[in-house]
Design a protein. Structure first.
Length: 266
């Protein structure tokens, strides 16, 4: 963020002129997308505005003209909750490893006041198959074949990957957003398979609930990690390995005491 960048302090009400559809679902989509297009900066590079992608783009809703990061927007009335409804399960699973898999804006809004209350961004490098929940097949009207949708389980994303942009109707400082995004960019260089273990150990570290902790406090989450990876019979060595990777990438630091770590971010 350049020193002469103005503070990020947008209005949070939706523009009434964007409510031009008969259906409430179409209206909220138009209003929420209009708000992002008018006010949202790029959380990846800090560019002042995002460009809307053409309607019915196969993957995202917005792209940054400076860094080419793409974003999908999901908006929900009331609290976000632990899961977000998304599109077709097969398409989602295919796009996880695609170069243009978008990062996710998850917005909650006040229906009565027609305004944004909370907004987070989940960088695309936090997406793994483990957080995609397959729904039961349905047969929508007009379709001859069953359709299978999915949920994004954002409640299972590490806190480090749920970067707040608006909290309780107040904007989070732009510099804080950019710093948090940069702190986990090392995940982009990790394969989809290896990333799952890293994210699981990051979640275990966050669950310890302290800035400084020892390795035994992470081992306390061995049962949960074993349940996630039942074919791995060497969970403790895997935990040690992943902690070393997180230290090498700057997400963790060693302290003066042997076997003790400090979270470098958050």
């Amino acid at each position: 963020m350049a020193e002469d960048d103005p503070p990020w302090s947008p209005p949070f009400g939706f523009a009434e002129e964007q409510a031009v559809f008969k259906g409430p679902t179409q209206n909220i989509r138009a209003q929420s997308e209009g708000w992002v297009a008018a006010h949202m900066f790029c959380p990846a590079c800090g560019a002042a505005r995002l460009r809307p992608l053409p309607n019915n783009s196969p993957v995202g809703d917005f792209v940054c003209g400076d860094c080419a990061e793409e974003f999908e927007l999901k908006a929900k009335g009331g609290r976000l909750g632990p899961k977000i409804l998304d599109g077709a399960y097969g398409a989602m699973m295919q796009r996880l490893s695609a170069r243009n898999n978008p990062s996710l804006f998850a917005m909650s809004y006040d229906r009565a006041a027609s305004r944004v209350t909370d907004l987070i961004v989940v960088p695309k490098h936090f997406f793994t198959p483990e957080i995609i929940e397959k729904k039961n097949p349905t047969l929508p009207k007009g379709r001859s074949n069953p359709w299978v949708g999915c949920h994004i389980l954002i409640g299972q994303v590490p806190v480090s990957g749920r970067i707040p942009l608006v909290t309780g109707g107040a904007p989070v400082p732009k510099s804080e957003v950019l710093s948090r995004w940069q702190s986990t960019l090392f995940l982009k260089d990790t394969s989809l398979k290896a990333r799952g273990w890293l994210l699981a150990v990051m979640t275990a570290v966050e669950a310890v609930g302290k800035a400084e902790f020892d390795i035994d406090e992470v081992y306390a989450h061995e049962a949960a990690l074993s349940a996630l990876y039942p074919d791995n019979n060497n969970v403790r060595p895997k935990i040690r390995q992943q902690l070393q990777v997180l230290r090498d990438r700057g997400w963790l630091e060693f302290t003066e005491r042997r076997g003790t770590y400090r979270r470098a971010h958050g």
